[in-house]
Design a binder for this molecule. Structure first.
Ligand SMILES: [Zn+2]
Length: 384
């Protein structure tokens, strides 16, 4: 057992922190949380790591990554060619980078041949270091569709079988491409739809039958509307693109999304086309917020220039939009855990949950950039 103490402990980002508090961990599990003096007195023989003025908080969740994508070069060739050795090496390096940055859970929304699922299982047994992983495997896409090279190509009439195969393979979530994207040359455009509403509805129905959530990739407003109507659990990117260029933040579609119960993951990272145009993008996010559309934090790490070791950039974005640091932290910890089906596993520092604990200098509730001053990630390898 080990006691980790700091100036404050953020037990749950939606509640006030505990002052002068500590977390007692036993391997991979939280045993107790409370005032440091009380826990020290109750456990005099346990090793105590006192972090002074620092903040102890739950590990972060990145709700949208691609561990198999090599950010240092063009990720497409090894994916397209199915070069398993290259992909495994990339996945392991990225997983280590994620964990070292204090991100203790990721949801991987597209690789090929189940390689990320193998990493997930290796991490769970302690064979390799990495974050907890939820994985979609290969995204469903029509012939020639977005990211066809991930090998998830399926004819519309076969989507039910494809969903069943994912459940049988032990995958955690079904990913389906309802719009084009930017990394598929000659594929559909970013505002174009792929599949149609009945096909997406069959995907969701089939996923419900096997108990899997559905993540729908949807950049354009038309695809966002389809995703909401089909019953998507999460809507990825949600860029509100209009056909023919520009944006189309449509109030009726926003109301549809808010009423649908779906949560959006507006992937934010430097290098995204809208990044230089931040004023307009901020205004659009405020518009979505005003409609009550919930958000999880994700940065599409691996795609474009989304980094594995930096979720702060995406989190800072929401502070710029007007969220409090506590709201952003909640979106990247407890809210993500709840929405991704992990609320009884991680996202808060309470006894019985996994000891996904990070320590940062300063107070991230006052200044979100404190997350960049990481002192500790526990457990360092997820073993135990
Ligand atoms: Zn993605």
């Amino acid at each position: 057992m080990e006691l980790l103490s700091g100036r404050r402990v953020i037990v749950d980002a939606e509640r006030p922190p505990l002052e002068h508090a500590a977390v007692l961990v036993d391997g991979g599990v939280i045993v107790a949380v409370g005032p440091t003096a009380e826990l020290v007195a109750a456990h005099p023989d346990v090793g105590h790591r006192a972090f002074g003025d620092a903040t102890v908080l739950p590990g972060l969740v990145n709700a949208h990554v691609h561990l198999s994508f090599d950010v240092t070069g063009d990720p497409v060739p090894p994916l397209r060619d199915g070069d398993h050795d290259a992909l495994r090496a990339t996945i392991r390096a990225n997983a280590a980078s994620v964990l070292a940055a204090g991100i203790t859970t990721v949801r991987d929304l597209g690789d090929r041949d189940g390689l990320v699922a193998a990493l997930r299982d290796d991490v769970a047994t302690g064979a390799v270091p990495g974050p907890r992983v939820l994985t979609a495997g290969a995204p469903l896409t029509p012939p020639g569709g977005h990211c066809w090279f991930l090998d998830g190509v399926v004819e519309p009439e076969d989507v039910r079988a494809a969903v069943a195969a994912r459940a049988a393979a032990g995958l955690d979530v079904v990913k389906v491409m309802a719009s084009g994207g930017m990394m598929t040359p000659a594929g559909p455009g970013i505002a174009d739809t792929q599949f149609d509403l009945p096909t997406l509805q069959r995907v969701v129905e089939a996923a419900r039958e096997v108990g899997l959530p559905v993540a729908v990739h949807a950049h354009g407003t038309a695809s966002i509307a389809m995703a909401a109507r089909a019953g998507a659990d999460t809507i990825e990117h949600a860029g509100w693109y209009a056909p023919g260029g520009g944006r189309d933040p449509d109030d009726a579609v926003a109301e549809l999304v808010a009423a649908s119960g779906a949560v959006t993951v507006p992937t934010k990272f430097r290098g995204w086309p809208e990044w230089p145009d931040r004023a307009e993008a901020r205004e659009r996010q405020r518009w979505a917020d005003a409609h009550g559309i919930p958000v999880l934090v994700g940065n599409d790490a691996g795609a474009g220039q989304g980094r594995f070791d930096d979720l702060h950039e995406a989190m800072t974005w929401y502070v710029e939009v007007g969220w409090t640091p506590a709201q952003v932290l909640a979106a990247a910890t407890c809210r993500s855990a709840d929405r991704l089906g992990l609320g009884d596993v991680t996202g808060r520092l309470v006894p019985g949950l996994a000891a996904d604990v990070i320590v940062v200098d300063g107070d991230p509730l006052a200044d979100i950039s404190a997350l960049r001053s990481l002192r500790l990630v526990h457990p360092a390898d997820r073993r135990g």
